[in-house]
Ligand binder design. Sequence first.
Ligand code: A2P
Ligand code: MG
Ligand code: MG
Ligand code: MG
Length: 396
Amino acid sequence: MPVPFSLEQQVAIAAVRRACALTTTVFNKLVAGETLVKGDKSPVTVADFSAQAVINTILSHAFPDDPIIGEEDSADLRAPTKESELLRSRVVELADEILVQPPLFFPRGVDEDEVVVGGSGERPEWGLGRRWGAEALLKAIDRGNYAGGRLGRMWTLDPIDGTKGFLRGGQYAVCLALLVDARVELGVIGCPNLPQITNDSGGDNKGALFIAVRGHGARQLPLSPSALSTQVRVNMPHLALHDLSFLESVEKAHAALDTNARVAARIGVRGAPVRMDSQAKYAALVRGDGGGGVYLRLPVAGGGKGGNGGYQEKIWDHAPGSLLVEEAGGVISDSRGRPLDFGLGRTLGENFGVVAARKEVHAQVIEAIQAVLAETEGEAEGEGTAVRTVPNFWLR
Ligand SMILES: Nc1ncnc2c1ncn2[C@@H]1O[C@H](COP(=O)(O)O)[C@@H](O)[C@H]1OP(=O)(O)O
Ligand SMILES: [Mg+2]
Ligand SMILES: [Mg+2]
Ligand SMILES: [Mg+2]
């Protein structure tokens, strides 16, 4: 059976690989280098903008009619200040340095499932092999301004997901997905710091790329392109409840980690949680890394409906990861078991968290979440104090 979206796959892989080469360079030069003053967030800003410029340039040449929902926009690069000018020139230099590299060509073969393997098969008409300069690159960044919606074909991009992880030298991911009528059809996640082999410490093995095509499975390939980069199929392992661990955020502000612990205890999960930044969590989940069999992300308290200080999850933070989970044999939903809705615009709306796991485990986790939240609410009322975690509208 021919694999759908095969050109889109080639373009997305090439774009994510080039962006990852860029973010790795920025990390080595600016974060690990001597130039960084503690607390300085500028490297991630530079990398965010330039990675979005690279990917959007490639997408808009390969698919000029496709809108893009990207995290960043160029406003900060256009301000008439010295600081903005400096930022702009660094972004332009970095993006052009990556785009000017000639298109790579590796002979392509097909694997046993007739999936294209090996080369990235890049083409010059994707905007490669030349420099674009400031105006074109800022325009490319702003191609990411699309509002999203229920109908049509569109891409969604997080040029660096897990900015905190990037700065710590931990996990981060370059994430790209293609949506058609609000359904994720293709997802590509580049993880420059994730070992290709589970539980390996890294070294030469660092840098994994994940790709999922609806109806055609999930695959992993090395992040660095080479003629030998064959894709391997990824299937979520079956793990017994007591053998698994929850995968969760490092940042306390991003997810209610205390609630996670109560949910884990309730269903008999004994393993300590595995904490990791970014959608690398989805990659770890589908491989069963570290016993991780459940990705749980519950909004923290506060901020009214939906909690999380009013924070709404963004579609680029879950679109490719969600397809990866589904194609690797898992289930993903919000904490009430409802499907994530990618057709609401740039956010997932009031989606009440994210739960991903194998089917049997998933159902148990959803049940446990509801029970823990009901319990928490009861305690809060009993104490006569403010509700500590998420209030009862979750249970409706
Ligand atoms: N208050 C928040 N609650 C939940 N997620 C957030 C919040 N603020 C930022 N994020 C986004 O959450 C994701 C990281 O989650 P995690 O901590 O699980 O890795 C990132 O996409 C991050 O944005 P960004 O892409 O800018 O880093
Ligand atoms: Mg993100
Ligand atoms: Mg980001
Ligand atoms: Mg951000």
